[in-house]
Design a protein around this ligand. Sequence first.
Ligand code: A2H
Length: 254
Amino acid sequence: EGVGVQEYTGVKLQVLMDDLTATPEAERDQVKGVPVGRALLAPELVKSIAGRNVYLVAATLRPETMYGQTNCFVGVDISYGIYAVNDKEAWIHKLGEVKGWDLVGVPLKAPLAKYDKVYTLPMEGVLVTKGTGVVTSVPSDSPDDYITLQDLKKKAAYYHVQPKWVEPFADSFPSIIRTPNYGDRAAETAVKKFKINSQKDKLQLTEAKGEVYKEGFYQGTMIIGSLAGKSVQEAKPLIRAELIEQGAAFPYCE
Ligand code: A2H
């Protein structure tokens, strides 16, 4: 990690624009009289992104866990910019802006994930100052992701999410790393061990995160994908390189 520089991987989750178009307006939920979810289709925005592939970019420290993605998290009150880029250039020309609320329910294709389609969902602790403000979710190996997904399942109406965005993923997510002390679903084991009831249990979550990270990184073995059987330490840089090679990710430092 060196002198205060974090080496993240920027993972590109592609917005499934066609599926987005098919969403009936009537399915949108309301918060204080304002419709929420999937306003990425606002007409002026559609015009400015016409013909482009649109991605949500998530910064992760665990590229080897991308097989276990079940959804993506955003902060509902964060403003996200939409920028035009290509592989060689970044243009300082903003196409538009969306509130996190308007990304909730947006369908995505996540690289290496077992699902053809995952959804963008709300998370309370997303920091506007870290990475891209987009967190890809791996409930098998991240206690934050696991407990947030369970919260959304239990309180779908409260969080303004549709059950179909959550239920198919919340229990049947794949195991991707085997660990000697925490099993194949290290995050779930840790959430139980530290008696974590919701995403608001910050202190226990910090402890759980540390434990799961150590256990997975130092003692974990991949049980899925092209590097099944290899240790997490061996697999991590190789899977990162594979994602970058495919054009599904890029190195991201801050
Ligand atoms: B990690 P660090 Cl499987 N706000 O990716 C809150 N959290 C954020 C964020 C933001 N704006 N941007 C990134 N993150 C999360 C995978 C993962 C992560 C696993 C296990 C642990 C883990 C799947 N989610 O992180 O403070 C992202 O989640 C444990 C901390 O820079 C990213 O990696 O160390 C991690 O936090 C970066 O946090």
